[in-house]
Design a protein around this ligand. Structure first.
Ligand SMILES: Nc1ncnc2c1ncn2[C@@H]1O[C@H](COP(=O)(O)OP(=O)(O)OP(=O)(O)O)[C@@H](O)[C@H]1O
Ligand SMILES: [Mg+2]
Ligand SMILES: [Zn+2]
Length: 676
């Protein structure tokens, strides 16, 4: 409590009362905390029950109350110092960040939110010990926004106050501290920019454990005293707040704040029992968009999600389902991507190209202005931890984000190490990504994988991948245009079957209550599909059609399907739904245009069998041209000889690009290639 004035002006009766409460209710814990030189967290409600006047004083005059607590503890014979902290303030005393007003300044309150930014942990001067030049007494004076001297000496000489006014600086009192910015919980925000507030954490709140807890992406409930800081420099009267934290605890995403009433629960159970619920949900999603049923159905499964599992050996399997849509311009991707996050709790829409600030993952930047030093800021994936992030223009994201995205999609974490900051942030986020093909529109003459601008390692992390093509078709076009006209002019004819409100609650409810398990019959079904599809690849002649990543995806999709009906087991129809969607996905992005086979290597940006043979051919030709000494080869010459083997110039260019990327070739001079 270095910040408090040492001269006491609190009433001894109150100190006595609090001491009594401590000894009676927290005797053992207090002693234990003192032995470990830790802090003691007191349940506010317990104190409120035992001594209402004490809890009232804490709320109204927290600084005085802390002084009381300090003196009360000092008066007890203990093996070490103990800091008193208070938690579990009732919900009525939890203030929404957006509702913070000047009336809260100087009061003890509780707030909740997700950490968005966090500074490094640094020592901060909180007080200076001054020596009185007259009587040598040491006077501790707090440092607020600037350094000031004590007004008068509080020492006592010969039974009389010294009142000296000349001081010599003796020592600075330092404590470890960290500034964080929290942003209000997502349940409270609907689209608009969430409000933020800065928090000041000190002492054991920034210990090893405290640091991990207050890293960006974590959700916290914090108690403390709201203080004001002058905003800007001179002349401005506008005040800003920060909370001086007293107690911090991690909170799980609490769906309760969505307020699922008894009636809601009834409605959800009724929907879940309806075999047509899948269609109803699809009909309630992005109603302004015509068709796209397989994609919409997949998104519905994504919203409910699979079940995250941890094996006894520590292996972790994610429950999040990731979906990628690559499509022609104006095929409805952006529209869809914007609508989906609105219906889920904790959803966001960002564009891969233009994510400002911390980008998609996380960044470390220098911030001298407020926090001082290095600041770790959470990007969109971290802020939507346990929610959904729609990423538009996915192929245009920055190379750094692309690298970090690999870890985020599979492990659900983002690791960052820069300057003095090393952290692993949580990012258990379902990703719905959309983007354009390489040449912005699909070219039916080229194979799909040539046109997808996303590295295969990243592609393979998407459970389902779809293409959207804008191919003129008179019958379809008429239907779409009619739908568009109708949705613009008779808005009520396309109202969703299930209201957005209920869909949100339904998802939250199912996620919390339902963890379906596999049965032997269904395992067999999934296994058979896997083995059969893979069987097409046997013998090494044909492409490899399906990998284990897709198999895990199938399980997640089946689980999601079961959750929609709140079923404890994964039923046959759930597995069949998953298989059907997986087949659409494999056909969309996986079929080898030249052989007509489904080829998973291709959907993951890998190489199909016919392409592999062309690459082998090019390498052979190259070696023939360059000879023993591996001379440089003119690309034009290579194209000339390749043409004899019916490999086109664009194909040669693509193959060279690819071999360069893989380090098999390099370009010593423009127009030439060479083997390293
Ligand atoms: N299936 C559809 N039903 C109704 N409207 C559609 C459909 N597809 C596209 N549209 C309309 O076309 C317009 C363009 O769609 P959108 O902006 O979502 O395209 P996009 O796929 O993101 O294109 P780009 O690749 O150029 O970003 C939107 O106004 C959208 O409502
Ligand atoms: Mg778009
Ligand atoms: Zn003095």
């Amino acid at each position: 409590m270095a910040r408090r004035r040492e001269d006491s002006d609190v009433s001894p009766e109150v100190v006595e009362k609090f001491r009594g409460f401590l000894q009676e209710e927290y005797g053992k814990e207090l002693y234990k905390a003192a032995e470990e030189e830790a802090s003691l967290a007191i349940d506010f409600e317990r104190m409120d029950k035992a001594a209402e006047d004490l809890s009232r004083m804490l709320l109204d005059k927290p600084d005085e109350f802390m002084q009381v607590a300090h003196e009360a503890v000092n008066g007890i014979d203990l093996p070490g110092p103990v800091r008193i902290r208070f938690f579990k303030l009732p919900d009525t005393l939890t203030v929404n960040v957006r509702d913070l007003r000047s009336k809260h300044i100087g009061r003890f309150i509780s707030i909740e939110g997700t950490v968005r930014r966090a500074s490094e942990i640094r020592p901060e001067i909180v007080a200076i010990d001054w020596k009185c030049a007259d009587c040598d007494a040491v006077v501790r004076h707090p440092v607020k926004t600037f350094v000031s001297r004590p007004f008068r000496c509080t020492g006592v000489v010969d039974g009389k106050a010294c009142d000296g006014k000349r001081f010599i600086e003796l020592d600075k009192v330092m404590i470890d501290s960290r500034w964080i910015t929290i942003e209000e919980p997502f349940e409270l925000t609907e689209g608009e920019k969430p409000s933020q507030v800065n928090i000041w954490l000190t002492e054991d709140l920034v210990s090893q454990e405290g640091r991990r807890m207050s890293d960006p992406g974590n959700r916290l409930k914090i108690t403390g005293v709201l203080r004001e800081i002058p905003k800007g420099k001179e002349g401005t009267s506008k005040l800003d707040f920060f909370l001086e934290a007293n107690h911090v605890e991690p909170t799980e995403t609490s769906w309760e704040r969505l307020k699922i009433t008894k009636e809601d629960e009834e409605a959800i159970k009724k929907l879940a029992a309806d075999p047509l619920v899948y269609d109803k949900l699809v009909d309630s999603l992005a109603t302004s968009l015509f068709g796209l049923r397989s994609i919409k159905e997949s998104i519905i499964l994504q919203l409910f999600g699979g079940v995250p599992r941890k094996l006894p050996d520590g292996t972790h399997f994610r429950g999040d389902i990731h979906i990628l849509i690559i499509g022609d311009p104006a095929s409805g991707k952006s529209q869809l991507l914007k609508l989906v996050p609105e219906i889920v709790p904790r959803g966001r829409y960002v564009s891969g190209k233009g994510v400002t600030g911390a980008g998609l993952t996380a960044t470390v930047t220098k911030d001298e202005q407020f926090m001082g030093g290095w600041v770790l800021e959470a990007g969109a994936l971290v802020l939507t931890n346990k929610g959904l992030l729609a990423i538009d223009e996915f192929e245009k994201m920055s190379p750094e984000d692309q690298v970090a995205m690999h870890e985020a999609l599979e492990q659900g974490t983002i690791s960052i190490a820069k300057a003095s900051i090393v952290a692993t942030l949580p990012a258990k986020t379902s990703v719905l990504a959309g983007g354009n093909p390489k040449f912005s529109r699909f070219d039916p003459m080229r194979s799909i994988h040539e046109q997808v601008n996303i590295p295969p390692t990243l592609l393979s992390r998407f459970d389902l991948k779809f293409t959207l093509r804008d191919i003129p078709n008179a019958k379809e076009d008429k239907k779409i245009v009619e739908h568009v006209l109708k949705s613009r002019h008779e808005a009520d004819t396309i109202t969703p079957v299930i209201s957005r409100e209920i869909v949100r609650k339904y998802i939250a409810y199912a996620k919390e209550k339902c963890k379906p398990n596999l049965t032997p019959d269904v395992s067999k079904l999934l296994k058979n599909f896997y083995v059969k599809t893979r069987g097409r690849a046997e013998g090494g002649r044909s492409p490899v059609p399906i990998t284990l990543r897709q198999f895990e995806g199938l399980m997640r999709l089946s689980e999601a399907s079961a959750k929609i009906q709140l079923s404890d087991i994964i039923r046959k129809e759930d597995a069949e739904r998953a298989i059907r969607l997986m087949e659409v996905s494999l056909r969309d992005l996986g079929s080898d245009m030249e052989t007509g086979e489904i080829d998973v290597d291709k959907s993951e940006g890998g190489t199909t069998f016919s392409e592999r043979s062309k690459i082998a051919k090019i390498l052979t030709l190259l070696d023939e041209l360059s000879g023993e000494k591996r001379d440089i080869v003119l690309i034009a010459k290579l194209k000339e000889v390749a043409a004899r083997d019916k490999i086109s110039e664009t194909e040669v260019d693509d193959i060279i690009d690819r071999l360069k990327r893989e380090g098999i070739l390099f370009e010593p001079n423009p127009g030439y290639v060479q083997r390293p």
